[in-house]
Design a protein around this ligand. Sequence first.
Ligand code: ZN
Length: 411
Amino acid sequence: MTINDTQLQMTDRQIKRLLKADNFYGRKLKEQGITGVRSVEEFLRLPFSHKQDLRDAYPLGLMAAPEEEIVRIHSSSGTTGTPVIIPYTAKDVDDWAEMFKRCYEFAGITARDRIQITPGYGLWTAGIGFQNGAEKLGAMAIPMGPGNTAKQLQFMVDMKSTVLCATSSYALLLAEEIEKEGLLDRICLKKGVIGSERWGEKMRKRISEELRIELYDIYGLTEIYGPGIGINCRYDQGMHIWDDYVYMEIIDPVSGEPVPDGEFGEIVLTTLVKEGAPLIRYRTHDISRILPGECPCGSTYPRLDVIQGRSDDMVKFKGVNFFPKQIEEILAMYPDVSSEYQIRISHLDRRDTLRLYVETNGTVNFRDLSERLAQEVKSRIGFTPLVKVVEIGVLPRSEKKTKRVIDERYE
Ligand code: ZN
C-alpha cells in the first residue's frame, strides 16, 4: 500500500503547517532540513515520530494552530511518565466525528439506533468520541460512562438500547450480568462496537453469543484523534481505515523498512488533515498487517487485520517474526486444548528450539494432538515447534498477566 499522490500532497501540507507553526515538530523537521515531501522516496525518508517526542513536547509543544483556534485538548494516560497532550481545533473535532459517523454507518447503525456508551468520559478520547459520532449520525446517544452495572442494565432495558459501545472486558461483564439477571429477553441490543484492545476469538464469540449481537471492532488512538479511524464492515474481514484522513503504513519494527501487504509489522500513522497537532509517521507500536485484495463489501478503504499485540511482544525465531496472539488463534481452533499455553525458546546443542506447552484433558491422544498442532503452526506461522501436551492445570496461572513467552536463548 504505497502512498498516493493526493496523500502525498496532503502530507506536504501537513509538513508546511508544522514548519510555519514552528512548534516542537516544526523545529525538528527544520533541523533535519525538511521543507516538504514530493515523492514516495522522500516520504519514506521522513523521520518517524515517537511517543517519547510527544512527552518531550509536554504540555502544549505539539500545538500547530493559533491558540484561539484550539477548542479542546485530550490526553493519553501513560502508565508511566509524563502524559501526552493533544490539542484539537473545531475542524479536528468535526473531522473525528465524521470518521466516527462513518464507522457507525459501516456497522449498519442508523439515526434510528439508540447507542449506549460505556467507555469513560474525560481527558481521554473514548466516551466523547463515541458520543460525537453518534450525534453526527443523528442517533440517540445514551452517555452512561463506565461502571454502575445495575444502572447500565436498567437503562439498557428501559431505553431499549440497540447498540452497546464498550471495551471487550466490560461487554463480557455486562453479558454475564444480563444472563444472571435473566434479562436477555428484555434487552433490544443488536450490535456491539468494541474498542480495539487485544481480544481473543473465544471472548468475542462468547460476547456475541451471550448477547446475541453482531460485534464490530473499532480502531484508533488518542495521539491520532482517538477511536474511530477505522472499523470492520459486516463481512468482518479486517478493519477499514479511513485513509482520506489518516495514511497507514506497516513497517518492520526492527529495521524500520516498509513490509509488503499481508505481512505483519508495526502500524505507523500519518495524519493528513489535522490542524491542532499533525503527526508524521507516528509509530504506534501496535502490530498488525494490511489485508491484501478487495473486501466483499466493495469498499476500497484499506483493511487492517486484528491487532496482534505490541511490537514489544514480537518474538523472532529462526528468521520468522511472530506474536503470541497467532499461537492463541491456533489453539482456539482446537476444542480439546485450554486457552493456557507457554512458549519456551532455548539454545541447545548449538541450535534454537521452541517448545510450545499446551493443556488438554486426559481423553485425547497426546501424541496425535501434538503432531497436529505442530503442523498447524508450521503451515500458518512458518516454523515447527516441539509441542508438549500436558494435563489441564499443569501450566502456571496468575490473575494478572501470565508470562507466556520465556526466551532462554540469551540468558
Ligand atoms: Zn468491507
